[in-house]
Design a binder for this molecule. Structure first.
Ligand SMILES: [Zn+2]
Length: 259
């Protein structure tokens, strides 16, 4: 059992060997994968992959770095996928990213708020990207996201923020960045949170964990995130894999009899 809850298997980084990469994931024990979109094109690719592979589920949405590409037609398409595609289980990835100067914070806010409101209205989980924007991301969720749920993917906030998020109905996603020896804060946080709110993910093709750091990431490597949690919390790795898989199915509403 293994659930990589955030992997861009639709990325062009896999154009040459996607099938082999997927086979390695299945060989590592992967039972579920969630592929998020970052704009309309990549969301459509995620939906197509969910048709192609039994194990793949999709999230659809406009990423903050692509916020300038958002249109009313695009939002209508996202809504339509959520309402008609059984394996489209979340809006994502969406949120705020203040690392680069563009797009402007105003544009990012508008696009994020629109999708938070949609999640509340349609009662679907959010897959949230928050990079260097903790305060504003939380403010928008508190203001427009009452009653929403979802995951903070590649978590980078404080322990206190994670605890508030859990109270609000959110899960906390950990990537290979938590495995890096220097990530003392994340290692502390992953030990303090309730196990039933932790998810593991790769964010493939980015954020490759040791022992493959520096190379292209791929979903099979999510096993190293599970191993690190098992080591830190002194648990059996199979238990970590089982619990995080169950958590992923719970938050995304995926029944246990598939596949
Ligand atoms: Zn991502």
């Amino acid at each position: 059992m293994l659930f990589d809850t955030h992997c861009h298997i639709n990325d062009e980084a896999y154009a040459e060997d996607r099938e082999a990469m997927m086979e390695r994931a299945f060989a590592a024990g992967m039972t579920y994968m969630l592929c998020p979109g970052t704009d309309i094109q990549t969301s459509a690719e995620a939906v197509a992959l969910s048709h192609q592979y039994l194990q793949v589920y999709a999230a659809v949405g406009i990423h903050p770095e692509d916020a300038a590409s958002a249109t009313p037609e695009g939002f209508a398409q996202i809504r339509q996928w959520l309402q008609t595609e059984k394996k489209v289980v979340a809006i994502g990835e969406v949120g705020l990213d203040y690392h680069w100067p563009e797009p402007s914070h105003d544009i990012q806010h508008d696009v994020f708020i629109e999708q938070v409101k949609m999640a509340a209205e349609l009662d679907v989980p959010l897959d949230i990207h928050d990079r260097e924007a903790h305060g504003d991301t939380m403010d928008i969720l508190r203001k427009y996201g009452k009653g929403t749920r979802g995951v903070f993917h590649c978590y980078s906030g404080s322990l206190e923020m994670a605890q508030e998020l859990i109270k609000m109905g959110y899960y906390i996603g950990f990537t290979g960045t938590m495995v890096f020896p220097k990530s003392k804060k994340l290692k502390h946080i992953v030990c303090e949170l309730p196990l039933d709110r932790i998810l593991i993910e790769t964010d493939s093709p980015y954020l490759t964990p040791p022992p493959y750091r520096g190379r292209r990431n791929e979903p099979a490597y999510v096993q190293y995130v599970a191993e690190e949690i098992a080591r830190l919390r002194d648990m059996d790795v199979h238990e970590v894999r089982r619990i995080t898989e169950e958590n992923g199915r719970r938050i995304f509403g995926i029944p246990s009899d598939i596949p």
